[in-house]
Write a protein that binds this ligand. Structure first.
Ligand code: KG4
Ligand code: ZN
Length: 334
């Protein structure tokens, strides 16, 4: 039997990533060039800089990924690429690289949704079983996605304002921590205790939606008010309190949705899935539940192309084909 080889490309934000994935499950190479150092001094991702870096890095990363996998373009069955959502100028670099390769080598092209990629990162650690619930938490997204079957996505809850990672990054900026702030807050939170009272946005009863902007503002106000009164707040305690508030809501809604929809598996996805507090709390809560909890290793949580290869493989086998008119779609719907 012939092995299926997918070449996958991801450039939706600030990582230039290329991977080779065998049979949808096995990572032959997964090369990621992070641009964090270039964006750090601006306190966030600068779209124009991101696009330029992708252009500079792409061919080098592509060459490295093929070499590491010991694969030539002849052996590739299909090319998968993130078509959206993300920064349009950043996405365009990946999409156009994929189109040029597909054209030059006469290979099928498959456009992939970035969030489908984050979810299918879990397929690289274990065979997924349906119905499945995914908690997707990244810098741009906070969603609960119900999947009744392979490749079928139903968003049952989403953020009404800031994404969880965005809230982490903004709170980190208030505490004068470097970008991206998530890992720094996570580390500080381990050293403090959640002694500061902060709000939890449960929203309407039964809702699976999220909201983090009120919490973010509460943190900023707490810091300003303390400064005005000449008081000091322990950053560790503030980080721990903020983290507790985010985790409480994420975990509670995930548990409720998993029970209501009687899912077989719950998978964690996106950059915030790297959060130690969140991983620990989910593991605790799912010990007594029937659903199986999957949490990817750190390098598969943050943006990478292996996850696009995993999701691309599913789409490819289902017969999805994109043509050379494929365009970047920053607002692509799952
Ligand atoms: O998935 P990702 O790499 O990019 C997007 O698609 O957005 O997620 C990046 C986000 C950033 O906001 C970053 O601060 C957050 O994930 N993040 C974390 C942790 N590691 C990364 N947030 C909380 N705790 C962490 N340990
Ligand atoms: Zn992402």
């Amino acid at each position: 039997k012939h092995d299926e080889i997918i070449l996958a490309i991801e450039t939706s934000c600030d990582e230039t990533a290329v991977a080779v994935v065998k049979n949808g499950r096995e990572v032959l190479s997964n090369v990621v060039a992070s641009q964090i150092e270039s964006h750090k001094r601006f306190g966030g991702v600068v779209p124009e800089i991101a696009s330029r870096h992708h252009v500079e890095q792409m061919t080098l990363i592509l060459e490295e990924a093929l070499k590491e996998a010991s694969i030539t373009m002849d052996e590739v069955d299909a090319i998968a690429v993130t078509e959206g959502p993300g920064l349009v100028g950043a996405l365009l670099v990946g999409v156009n690289t994929a189109k040029a390769l597909a054209f030059a080598h006469q290979k099928p092209l498959v456009g992939v949704h970035h969030i489908a990629g984050h979810i299918y990162a879990n397929q690289l650690i274990k065979e997924l079983e349906y119905p499945l619930l995914a908690l997707v938490v990244s810098g741009g997204h906070t969603e609960l996605v119900l999947m009744e079957a392979e490749g079928e996505y139903q968003v049952i809850g989403e953020t009404r304002d800031d994404a969880a990672g965005e809230a982490y990054d903004k709170v980190a900026r208030t505490l004068k921590l470097p970008y991206p702030g998530g890992p720094h807050i996570d580390k500080l939170a381990q050293e403090g205790s959640p002694t500061i009272d902060l709000p939890r946005a449960w929203l309407e009863p039964g809702s699976y939606d999220f909201s983090f902007s009120g919490l973010k503002s509460a943190v900023i106000n707490t810091v300003h008010n303390a400064a005005q009164r000449g008081e000091t707040i322990e950053p560790e305690d503030l980080a721990a309190s903020f983290q507790a508030s985010v985790i409480d809501v994420l975990v509670e809604k995930t548990v409720r949705a998993a029970k209501e929809h009687n899912v077989k598996q719950v998978v964690l996805a996106g950059g915030v899935a790297a959060n130690k507090g969140l991983r620990k709390e989910l593991e605790e809560r799912f010990k007594d539940l029937s659903a199986d909890l999957l949490i990817p290793p750190l390098q598969l949580c943050t943006d990478n192309a292996a996850m696009i290869g995993a999701a691309g493989s599913i789409a490819y086998r289902k017969g999805k084909r994109s043509d050379l008119k494929l365009n970047a779609n920053p607002g692509l719907i799952l």
